[in-house]
Design a protein around this ligand. Structure first.
Ligand code: GLC
Length: 589
């Protein structure tokens, strides 16, 4: 009887069909569901497992794996697979780690519950290997000398600190015997059951953080996966890797691939306000590009670099998920602990410029960036000097500029620019944040990067690419003549525009464009060949005929060469057309 009831219950859970918000919700509902994440800004990522014992990169350190080349492969497969036998992290203290994270200003955490190596850090009921295998059936923490459930400890510790809970789960599994075999359905059952365990027995869960798929869409049951997940938690956030990597995704199902937010990996995301994003960053990177898990040769970033990374994310309107890599015994590397401890006082005094803000109104760059909330704008300045920083026009009037502890900072506002000069003794050793109080609420319209206005005088050596000289490959047209000629009606995402580029003087060039962009988040790639180029999120300039000069970045050329300058829409978001009058490359050194 008991088992019949259990069966019924189990069936009702499996069959429960949760409304999948990514397929049904309005923009307003989406914003509401993502609000806490937008406000949260800073999370803790933890990569860990028996792999730490080898000192080789988690999963990638295993030899003879089924994916990608030889780099990082160090440990014979069987040796790697047996590391679990020695995994006894008696010094793992989830409470201590989460308390450190909380003090460091982190508001959520994402823990690796199963990486590509297939080892589960919780006591899963799902069977990974057949009974006849040389490896344990569940291939989980229960099979180690440690035996205690790590995922549960992490969940409890995060909740104790009032932090949101996220599980990283790798769909790709390089050791499961059924993975990508035939229709892959046996594997789908296995991994979806695992995800359900994580969402039910290890909840409440706020984020499911997947890490790519391989194979074809019809080898997976992604809509079923989403339905199950949302039956457990209608508010769940899913990153953009639950179906990423699959071929032949039907158009109607694309929202399941995109999930709720973008995840630039170990690099800063560029400014993007139209859709949430989170850069996951390795705190102790290894020169071989690894360092997600414990690597003896990895070098921990400095506190200043870490704070700048966080500032870059939030001023770009994104979040940062900072990864730590515990040692094999569960304790933290002294250097990583020091960064977490060092963050605490800075976050304490600067949190107001981080949490619950939005990136803007200026697009961020190497100078720093800005965040805003209500009628406060926070400038995050990386290296302010005595010349001050000159920013594009702000429509509101600045009433006051101060440091975070209220010391006045000189500023000058004209119709065209805002100049702020921070005296040396008011600068912060990591990132100097200046609070501007405006006479009205900042409307969040994005303005060009710093120093974008009034390039009246041409710098000698400037290379100009006009609309009239452009080759259009696709559907845009050129209207007008002379300086008012513009490339307009660039409606197709597949259209590219190019110019020959004769580069006679090597060096660094500042790139600026005269553009009209009516909507936020028009993203283009400006490339010059050999993988060099810029990804640019253009600021809104107003209507389609309102042109502004926008600074889009810098390009460095080591040699004189004949190249081609190519513009093309990029990103998976819908292409939001822009008009262009000219692009200039201005020598900056
Ligand atoms: C990649 C790597 C992996 C890491 C992850 C974090 O997909 O395979 O090792 O866990 O990115 O973003």
């Amino acid at each position: 009887m008991k088992s019949a009831i259990y069966l019924l219950l189990a069936l009702s859970v499996t069959q429960a069909s949760g409304q999948v918000p990514q397929l049904t919700e309005t923009t307003a509902q989406n914003e509401q569901r993502l609000q806490w994440f937008r406000d949260a800004k800073f999370g803790l990522f933890i990569h860990w497992g028996p792999a730490a014992l080898s000192g080789a990169e988690i999963s990638w350190g295993m030899k003879d794996r089924i994916e990608r080349g030889e780099s990082l492969q160090r440990v014979p497969r069987d040796e790697y697979m047996n590391l679990y036998r020695e995994f006894n992290p008696v010094n793992f203290d989830a409470d201590e780690i989460m308390a450190l994270a909380k003090n460091a200003g982190m508001t959520y955490s994402v823990f690796v519950t199963k990486h590509h190596d297939g080892f589960s850090l919780w006591k899963t009921d799902q069977k990974h290997f057949p009974a006849s295998s040389a490896y344990p059936e569940h291939y989980s923490i229960a099979d180690t000398p440690y035996t205690k459930d790590i995922v549960k400890q992490v969940r409890d510790a995060a909740l104790k600190q009032d932090m949101k809970v996220g599980w990283y789960y790798s769909t790709r599994d390089w050791t499961h015997p059924e993975y990508l075999q035939g229709d892959n359905l046996a594997y789908n059952d296995y991994y979806e059951n695992q995800v359900e365990e994580l969402l039910s027995d290890y909840g409440p869960v706020d984020i499911l953080w997947f890490d790519h798929c391989f194979g074809a869409w019809d080898q997976y049951t992604i809509p079923r996966l989403y339905e199950k997940m949302y039956a457990h938690n209608p508010d769940l956030l899913v990153n953009n890797r639950a179906a990423r990597g699959l071929s032949d995704i039907p158009k109607a199902s694309a929202p399941l691939k995109y999930g709720d937010y973008d995840t630039p990996e170990n690099r800063m995301g560029s400014f993007q306000a139209g859709r949430a994003w989170e850069s996951c960053m390795i705190l102790s990177p290894h020169t071989d590009h690894g360092g997600w898990s414990y690597r003896p040769g990895a070098v921990t970033r400095s506190l200043t670099e870490t704070i700048r990374l966080l500032s870059s994310c939030v001023t770009g309107d994104g979040n940062m998920l900072l990864n730590i890599a515990p040692l094999p015994d569960g304790s933290l590397r002294a250097e990583e602990r020091a960064v977490l401890e060092g963050l605490a006082p800075w976050m304490e005094t600067h949190g107001e410029a981080i949490y619950a803000t939005r990136g803007g109104p200026w697009i961020n760059g190497t100078w720093g960036g800005a965040t805003y909330q209500g009628n406060q704008v926070y400038l995050h300045l990386f290296e302010p000097d005595e010349d001050g920083i000159e920013l594009n026009r702000l429509p509101q009037r600045v009433l006051q500029a101060t440091t975070m502890d209220g010391k006045p900072v000189p500023f000058q506002q004209t119709a065209e620019t805002l100049k702020v000069t921070v005296p040396a003794d008011l600068c912060d050793e990591h990132v100097t944040v200046i609070r501007l109080t405006l006479d009205q609420v900042s409307d969040g319209v994005q303005y060009g990067a710093a120093l974008a206005n009034g390039q009246a005088q041409a710098v000698p050596g400037t290379l100009v690419f006009t609309a009239e000289a452009a080759a259009i490959h696709g559907s845009a047209v050129v209207r007008g003549t002379g300086t008012s000629a513009a490339i307009v009606e660039w409606a197709e995402q597949s259209t590219t525009i190019s110019w020959p580029l004769e580069l006679n003087s090597p060096g660094t060039y500042r790139v600026e464009m005269d553009v009209a962009t009516p909507q936020i988040d028009s993203a283009i790639r400006l490339s010059v060949g050999n993988g060099r180029g810029l990804h640019v999120h253009l600021p809104v300039t107003g209507e389609m005929d309102q042109y502004q000069t926008v600074q889009v970045g810098e390009l460095t050329f080591a040699n004189a060469e004949t190249l081609e300058l190519v513009l093309q829409p990029y990103g998976h978001l819908e292409w939001l057309p822009i008009s262009i009058r000219a692009i200039r490359l201005i020598p900056s050194n």
